[in-house]
Design a protein around this ligand. Structure first.
Ligand code: SAH
Length: 362
């Protein structure tokens, strides 16, 4: 049976959880501090040994563990992490001058079905709990923390999964990671990326958390967007733009639009013109990125030269835009690629071992 994991709780919930041990409140705080530093119960050296053993017996202190690490030539590090039910997820640390950004997963798999994305290839397996999202931060923070480095300074919810399809747990995670007595990562340093679930964007706006919002737009025309993003059949671009404006109104945060450049799909001159028309007068920014080609998806990246032309055209049209470097291309950098190759290799192994074709690639 899987034990209760204490990373799911904030400080006051932790006190309730551990009420049966009749601890002093400073001991609850000590446990909490160890938990967010990623320390095992038995190593919680300022607690009595018997208590440490009791806690280790009754609870889990960690929600994820690293089973594979890949470091790219551009010093992006990708971690494959195992959850306590043996599912695997991935997260990535990108090093920038200002600090380390961690990209976390919010679901095991994804059900959004975007045509260019590896995360959705096996569908949705399950939502992650708040503690499983926090666990990725705790582990990465521990690995990257040193005398010279502050560990993780920024977080993007841009790994596998659709965060707004796991709304309640994502909101609890944001509160946990932002808690002053916890990791205390400012909402200004956190970005949530969505494929455009309009009602949830509006709900998030009304929470006024001030987390940065990124919307994966990928086309300024509804018909081409429908070809690459099934969610476009449910919400139109004009509904998305209204929600983005509402988000800005409620939070004062400029909305960022992700735009993955795909050869012949969304990289024509008229695509840039329409994008500029759509966003004109808005407090918005466009992040262009060339498609990270996924073997199972038959789409081609726009050439670097063409991507630069697309950017220049947007700038001419007075749109704030950048062409992002695609990081970690040599280590299955795109969303869900590493997990997908891992579960497939394991499924092959299972099939080899027991001749059973009913693999775990669900
Ligand atoms: N579901 C959320 C967050 C996960 S995807 C969303 O859709 O925003 C994070 C970002 O990576 C999205 O902008 C997504 O469109 C983009 N992405 C996914 N696969 C990609 C690929 N192969 N190449 C480039 N960008 C990709």
């Amino acid at each position: 049976m899987i034990k209760d994991c204490l990373l799911d709780y904030n400080l006051s919930q932790l006190a309730d959880r551990l009420a049966q041990y009749q601890l002093k409140s400073y001991q609850i705080s000590q446990i909490y501090q160890w938990l967010i530093k990623g320390v095992d119960f038995l190593q919680m050296t300022n607690l009595p040994k018997a208590l440490r053993e009791q806690l280790a017996n009754d609870y889990d202190s960690a929600s994820v563990r690293v089973i594979k690490t890949l470091t790219s030539t551009d010093s992006t590090t990708k971690y494959l992490m195992q959850l306590r039910d043996d599912n695997v997820i991935e997260c990535v640390v990108m090093k920038y001058k200002y600090g380390n950004t961690l990209c976390i997963s919010t679901q095991v798999g994804c059900r959004m079905g975007c045509a260019f994305c590896a995360s959705t290839l096996g569908g949705l397996v399950r939502n992650l709990s708040a503690g499983e999202m926090l666990g990725q931060v705790v582990v990465a923070n521990k690995l990257h923390h040193s005398a010279q480095s502050r560990g993780i300074t920024n977080i993007v919810l841009m790994g596998s999964g659709e965060p707004l399809d796991n709304y309640d747990n994502v909101l609890s995670f944001l509160t946990l990671v932002n808690a002053q007595e916890g990791l205390n990562i400012s909402m200004r340093n956190i970005s949530l990326s969505t494929c455009g679930l309009v009602p949830q964007i509006n709900k998030l706006a009304e929470c006024r958390l001030g987390v940065n919002l990124t919307i994966s737009l990928h086309s300024a025309f509804d018909d081409s967007r429908r070809k690459i993003m099934p969610i476009a059949n449910k919400y139109s671009i004009s509904q998305i733009i209204n929600s983005a404006k509402y988000y800005f109104e409620c939070t004062g945060r400029r909305v960022i639009f992700e735009y993955t450049l795909i050869e012949g799909v969304n990289d024509r001159r008229e695509d840039a013109l329409q994008l500029a028309r759509l966003l004109s007068g808005m407090s918005a920014h466009v992040n262009l990125i060339r498609l990270n080609q996924v073997k199972e998806r038959h789409l081609t990246a726009t050439t670097t030269d063409k991507a630069k032309e697309f950017l220049a055209l947007l700038e001419q049209l007075h749109l704030s835009a950048t062409l992002r470097r695609s990081m970690g291309g040599d280590i299955a950098g795109a969303c869900g690629q590493l997990r997908y190759s891992y579960i497939n290799t394991n499924a092959d192994r299972n099939t080899d071992n027991n001749g059973d074709s009913d693999n775990n690639n669900s």
